[in-house]
Write a protein that binds this ligand. Structure first.
Ligand SMILES: C[S@@+](CC[C@H](N)C(=O)[O-])C[C@H]1O[C@@H](n2cnc3c(N)ncnc32)[C@H](O)[C@@H]1O
Length: 208
């Protein structure tokens, strides 16, 4: 099992097959703007930028740093498609981000940066009814991070003190139900597309 997957060699930190899930979802939801927080190496970003180009919609990805090598090539591809990569700390752009939600069409926000719960908390405030926000490294129930990897398998220090078996197929758990319930309640969000996305460790929330 590997925790990186690629789009024609452009690495994405996602489970294999995630682009199929996004393809089905985007064709149904037809957002007018996609905002991605956390480009990483850019494999997922290129897939989304290509979708955005083909469908003539707005797409911007943000990252606090541009990694050397493959991420620089990703930037090139994204810009070639007429889409944007902005290198900045997303939390310093709140006013600029807030304005991105003020369009007639649906806005899709992907939280995959350095603090996914904080991203959900802050940017969900600006959503309009039917806008969608998603966050990665999601498991319904929390489990602690693995202490190390051996042969690419996560090894946990000790089993968590709950009757829940960690999901080894994706050992990163940064977003979980009990941590985000206050955001769901405050913003009147509804879980959608759980069947499509939860296996891929994304939670998908629509503003009612
Ligand atoms: C998990 S990686 C993104 C993976 C990518 N979405 C993918 O699917 O391959 C998280 C990224 O968030 C970026 N990041 C961390 N803190 C950030 C911040 N405050 N603002 C913007 N980006 C941030 C990191 O530099 C890193 O590239």
């Amino acid at each position: 099992m590997t925790y990186d997957y690629s789009f024609f060699g452009f690495v994405m930190q996602q489970k294999k097959g995630i682009l199929d899930q996004f393809s089905e979802f985007l064709i149904q939801e037809r957002p007018q703007r996609i905002i991605e927080i956390g480009m990483g190496y850019g494999g997922l970003s290129i897939g989304l930028a290509l979708y955005s180009y083909l469908n003539n919609i707005d797409y911007t990805t943000y990252d606090i740093e541009l990694r050397h090598g493959i991420a620089e090539r990703s930037k090139e591809v994204i810009e070639l498609l007429g889409k944007k990569l902005i290198i900045a700390d997303i939390f310093e752009l709140e006013d600029e981000m807030a304005r991105l939600y003020q369009i007639d069409g649906k806005v899709l926000t992907l939280c995959d940066g350095g603090n996914k719960i904080k991203e959900l908390d802050i940017f969900s405030k600006y959503m309009k009814p039917n806008d969608i926000i998603m966050a990665h490294d999601y498991h319904a129930v929390y489990f602690p991070p693995p202490v190390e990897f051996i042969n690419n398998q996560p090894i946990f220090a000790k089993w968590p003190n709950v009757d829940y078996i960690p999901d080894y197929s994706w050992p990163f758990c940064e977003v979980y139900d009990s941590a985000i319930q206050y955001i769901i309640d405050r913003e009147k969000l509804e879980k959608v597309y759980a069947k499509l996305f939860e296996e891929y460790n994304w939670v998908c929330l629509m503003k009612k």
